[in-house]
Design a protein around this ligand. Structure first.
Ligand code: ADP
Ligand code: NI
Length: 217
């Protein structure tokens, strides 16, 4: 029988290797931050199972485009089965892996405590200064413009489908990142999201002022 700590270490090693097979140097650090934030939220909220939350945070992006592995649930079941993890823990880890993403999260109704917490942690890492850095890193990786003033922003003329497709990385803030604060599941997540949200708002304000600086002259 492996101890919980041994299982966590082996899951971490699996995730590090699985992420390396693909690319993106920021992959593992995202996983580490999400695991740390999830445990912090768990402690502050006093709900959910700590072990399930940590394993689910480590495995939340397996099967995502960032990984070489495409069938996340099958890979997770094989790994956790090999490590002798309880079936009910495995089922919950798979449930979180399948339902954590932005699009699915909007429509799903009943969320377990563990899913609520890991989802908040993942969303928090897309916000604030780290979120700004990750957005431009991803945008650069995809060859996107940092900003396309032709496409229009909410509150400006010209807003349309261009924005919904993230015409530029600045548009991605209006399409997704500024919506995350109001999607927080937990009170702790919401408290952490407030500061990160306000930082993104002031970042965008400064960015757009600099972009147009000197225009009126
Ligand atoms: P996660 O790893 O948290 O599941 P994603 O894989 O959706 O998140 O995206 C990784 C990072 O790239 C996030 O910070 C996200 O905001 C950013 N990102 C996703 N789509 C875009 C986009 N169209 N433009 C800029 N950044 C994006
Ligand atoms: Ni993630």
């Amino acid at each position: 029988m492996k101890t919980e700590q041994e299982i966590i270490n082996e899951v971490s090693d699996f995730v590090k290797v699985a992420m390396k097979q693909y690319d993106s140097g920021h992959g593992w650090s995202h996983i580490e931050r999400v695991a740390r934030l999830a445990l912090y939220i768990h402690e502050s909220e006093g709900r959910g199972d700590r072990f399930t939350i940590e394993i689910a945070a480590l495995l939340h992006d397996v099967g995502d485009h960032k990984f070489a592995v495409h069938d996340g649930p099958a890979e997770i079941r094989a790994l956790l089965g090999r490590l002798g993890v309880d079936g009910s823990v495995t089922d919950e880890v798979v449930n979180i892996n399948e339902n954590i993403s932005f699009s699915k999260g909007k429509t799903m109704t009943a969320k377990s405590d563990e899913l609520q917490i890991v989802q908040d942690a993942d969303r928090l890492d897309a916000m604030g200064a780290v979120g700004v850095a990750r957005a431009f890193s991803y945008g650069g990786f995809k060859g996107r413009e940092i900003y396309d003033p032709q496409a229009g922003l909410p509150g400006q003329p010209g807003i349309g489908s261009a924005s919904r497709n993230s015409a530029s990385t600045i548009h991605h803030f209006y399409d997704k990142l500024l919506l995350l604060r109001d999607l927080m599941n937990t009170a702790t997540g919401r408290r952490l999201a407030d500061e990160r949200h306000d930082f993104m708002v002031s970042f965008l304000d400064q960015f757009l002022r600099e972009w147009d600086q000197g225009k009126s002259h």
